[in-house]
Design a protein around this ligand. Structure first.
Ligand code: TEU
Length: 605
């Protein structure tokens, strides 16, 4: 524990007892013990985790070689972003064969070895399923192009005639989430396909041109995906993260929609623009992170998940489905995790809540209420492969819009502030009951790569936005394992598919593991204590002294008091308080320990 001597004046805020009066909004559970209710799940982005074959791109044997990292850190499960055969137009979220590992990442046998090694260590493994769209290289789409209008092959996708005299206008006005129109026109003449002539039908793609949306009204689409689920369940995967889980069913007739579907909220803003207005938190915890429109959150998606629930049910080991659904409010998101549907849903309202005591109290309350109402665990997440790493995002002072990536010419984050807040946010998150997600590298305190050369960018959002959104490459840079090795030990050759910034040296796993007070040691201590004290199944009671404070967030989970200070004046802890973990240096005034600004502590109750 690092204590910092301080001569600052007596703190204005204090806690006088380690057993404060609390208003309990979520009771501890003593019944349901399925692993996914409490699991801390580590997201692996395979191309950037560890490279075994030296081509500069991470692979499955690389992940297997690092399984002890997960054990040492203390997580319960690993979720792997897609590793299936794919032309990699969207880093594997464009799947050409759902049953085969891409040679870039290894073989199916490599995956089975990974699974075996993980299970031997008591780790669960979650695969990523991408059912909203396939790759344009998928056999079904190739057959659809070849078969022509009106064919059974085209019926599995959303092909439509264009508008205008010669069908030269797209069937509706939908925009792709990556920017540009959501429709691409094909040619109906085999020869024209290679000379760029388009004269035929249009197909829908909510993401890149190379990611055609499937038609989920088609029974073959439904049965194929149930079969794919069984294929991986039979091999032993413990669950699936379902990509764009709110997008598979579209409103009948595909009506026009003038709303915004882009990845940047308030997309009229320049990328990375900061709004100086404080972020207003809605009563129900909504932040604007939810997608709306006739292509999202349609009632019909729930039938799919009820059917999938039945596919998983006969398997042993509490297999789980996790919804990646950008849906708000949280009560609406909770419909995906009703008792006969999926098991968890990512909490993007929490991820996108500003660093503000009142806003966080609101979103945590709304999250627990919404999931308690359907008997599902709440989840918490601060980073993933689609958003700016929280160590950098939280250093974008005053940011109210959520930029999609940060480029050289955008306002740069304050790295020190970002890391301090990120550590405080993480320690707060890991003190909450439910399940939590950790994105690879955040345990090393890894920042976003914010000055990547534009010509190295690979995210389709970069060009599809007309080069206005930097995109997501900055959070997908290969991990640093060894400070003094080439490529920071990412692989045996020093090659890395994206360059690593110099700041990664101090984040390298070997340095982090050996340094007292490092971000890694904080994560490790928090995960061990979380497990020992059963915080995942724990309670949540807001400390009444701070129930309406704008600068302090304090709650009790089981016998741990979690206090975060957002304000300038340190918060004095009760005399003799036993601090279990702190996210940063504490102050001492007389015989009282103080929690300074942007710091979270866990105190024994
Ligand atoms: O992301 C889908 C997704 O829903 C987000 O793009 C979301 O719509 C947006 O951030 C909200 O404003 C998933 C994957 O995580 C992503 O990497 C893929 O590019 C995408 O699906 C397409 O498969």
């Amino acid at each position: 524990m690092t204590h910092l001597d301080s001569t600052s004046a007596a703190p204005a805020l204090e806690l006088t007892t380690t057993s404060p009066t609390v208003s309990v909004i979520h009771a501890a559970s003593d019944v349901a013990r399925e692993w996914w209710r409490t699991a801390v799940i580590y997201q692996v982005y395979p191309r950037s985790f560890a490279d075994a074959d030296g081509d500069g791109i991470g692979d499955i044997p690389g992940i297997t070689s690092k399984l002890d990292h997960f054990v040492d850190l203390g997580v319960d499960a690993v979720w792997l972003s897609p590793f299936y055969r794919s032309p990699q137009a969207d880093a594997g979220y464009d799947v050409a064969d759902y049953r085969e590992v891409d040679p870039l990442f290894g073989t199916n046998a490599d995956f089975e070895a990974l699974l075996e090694g993980a299970h031997a260590r008591g780790l669960k493994v979650i695969a990523d399923l991408v059912p909203n769209h396939t790759s344009d290289d998928h056999a079904w789409f190739q057959a659809a192009l070849a078969a022509g209008p009106g064919s059974a092959e085209r019926a599995r996708y959303l092909f439509r005639e264009g508008q205008g005299e010669d069908g030269e206008l797209p069937p509706n006005n939908w925009k792709s989430i990556f920017g540009g129109p959501a429709w691409t026109r094909v040619s109906e003449r085999a020869a024209a396909a290679t000379d760029g002539i388009t004269d035929g039908q249009w197909y829908l793609h909510m993401f890149d041109t190379r990611q055609p949306d499937l038609d989920w009204e088609h029974p073959e689409v439904r049965s194929e995906f149930e079969d794919i689920l069984r294929f991986w369940l039979d091999r032993g995967v413990d669950g699936f993260r379902i990509d764009v889980a709110h997008g598979m069913v579209k409103a009948p007739g595909l009506p026009d929609w003038d709303g915004d579907v882009a990845m940047v909220e308030g997309s009229s803003e320049a990328p990375g623009a900061v709004d100086t207005e404080p972020h207003e938190a809605a009563e129900d915890g909504s932040t604007g992170a939810g997608n709306s429109g006739p292509m999202f959150d349609q009632e019909g998606v729930h039938d799919i998940y009820r059917a999938w629930h039945k596919v998983l049910a006969p398997y042993d080991g509490d297999r789980a489905l996790v919804a990646e659904a950008w849906v708000e409010p949280l009560s609406r998101l909770a419909r995906y995790v009703r008792s006969d549907e999926m098991h968890q849903a990512f909490n993007f309202s929490y991820l996108t809540t500003a660093w503000d005591a009142a806003a966080l109290r609101g979103v945590v309350t709304a999250s627990l209420e919404a999931s308690d109402a359907v008997g599902a665990p709440t989840t918490w997440v601060l980073s993933n492969h689609d958003v700016i790493r929280h160590a950098s995002r939280m250093g974008l002072t005053g940011a109210a819009v959520r930029p999609n990536g940060i480029g050289k010419n955008d306002p740069q984050p304050d790295a020190e502030l970002g890391l301090r807040r990120a550590r405080a946010a993480t320690l707060q998150m890991l003190g909450l009951p439910g399940s939590a997600y950790v994105y690879q590298g955040e345990e090393l305190g890894l920042p976003e790569h914010t000055d990547l050369d534009d010509d190295l960018r690979q995210d389709p959002a970069w060009w599809r936005s007309g080069y206005t959104e930097a995109g997501r490459d900055g959070c997908r840079v290969p991990l640093p394992w060894v400070a003094d090795a080439p490529g920071y030990g990412f692989g045996p050759t020093g090659k890395t598919w994206l360059p690593q910034p110099d700041t990664y040296k101090e984040c390298a796993a070997d340095v982090q593991r050996a340094t007292e007070g490092s971000t890694y040691s904080m994560y490790k201590a928090a995960l061990a204590t979380r497990r020992a004290k059963d915080l995942g199944l724990g309670s949540l009671g807001w400390v009444e002294d701070f129930a309406s404070s704008s600068s302090v967030l304090a709650f009790v989970n089981n016998d741990v008091l979690v206090v975060t200070n957002f304000g300038e004046a340190p918060v004095a802890l009760p005399e003799g308080a036993e601090v279990l973990i702190t996210s940063g240096p504490l102050t001492t005034t007389g015989d009282r320990t103080g929690v300074p600004q942007d710091t979270t502590v866990w105190v024994q109750v």
